[in-house]
Ligand binder design. Sequence first.
Ligand SMILES: [Zn+2]
Ligand SMILES: [Zn+2]
Length: 268
Amino acid sequence: MFDSHVHSFFSADCHTPPEPLCEAAIRRGLDGIAITDHFDYDYPGYNASSQIDFDAYIARLDNLSSRYGSKLQVLKGVEVGIQPHAVDQALRVVRSYPFDYVLASVHIIGGVDPYAGTYYIGKAKREAYGRYLEEVLFMVRHFPDFDAVGHLDYITRYAGYPDRSMRYADHSDLFDSIFRELIAAGRGLEVNTGSYRQSSAAGSQIAFDVNILRRYKELGGEIVCLGSDSHGADYIGYRFDEFVELLKESGFRYVAHFEGRKPVFEAI
Ligand SMILES: [Zn+2]
Ligand SMILES: [Zn+2]
């Protein structure tokens, strides 16, 4: 099993060097991790110094890969945050370095990260989540070079609704359009267990809607990557056992990770 979404201190929002992440992955019995630090061009407050030194990043991950050898596979990933006007800048990064895995994510809707909380003001849940999924659909249609789409449920993380869960039935057309784009292009869907940390919005309920996976499968989706989105050692592999059960219930027999931009399947 691989954790395909882990951040290290190469991301501005994380202070942990990659080594303790690898040690935690080994302790948890994982076979590998993809370190997927952020490239979010024009994130609010972005300037040239916000950008990762990708040469140093790649060198560090190559070094870890040799150091851990057969104990743990360390894959070179990147999480590119896409906004409609930032497609070219992200593409340049993706095509300039020898990544194993490119995860494409939406973190900003109309110039605002929902992390700030203001995004939700005056919006009912369905509208707030629908606007997010529209941005994801734009991304999967217009960003031409990625392997899997990150955390479709990012928008639930900072919402204050009594039930924050995102449901397939509330946005079936958007989910279907996103899935069809992914499947036609041979790309994958990430199941991000980090969205289901109970601590992310205290007191507010959240559950994963298994109908999302069932529909992806029904439309022909085969590639599912599991990622914890951990920004430190504590959440590596978070709730993977439970999510593997949900995947099996939804008809999946494999999970995937990417090596050299190609999916590798492991039976579950
Ligand atoms: Zn993200
Ligand atoms: Zn992330």
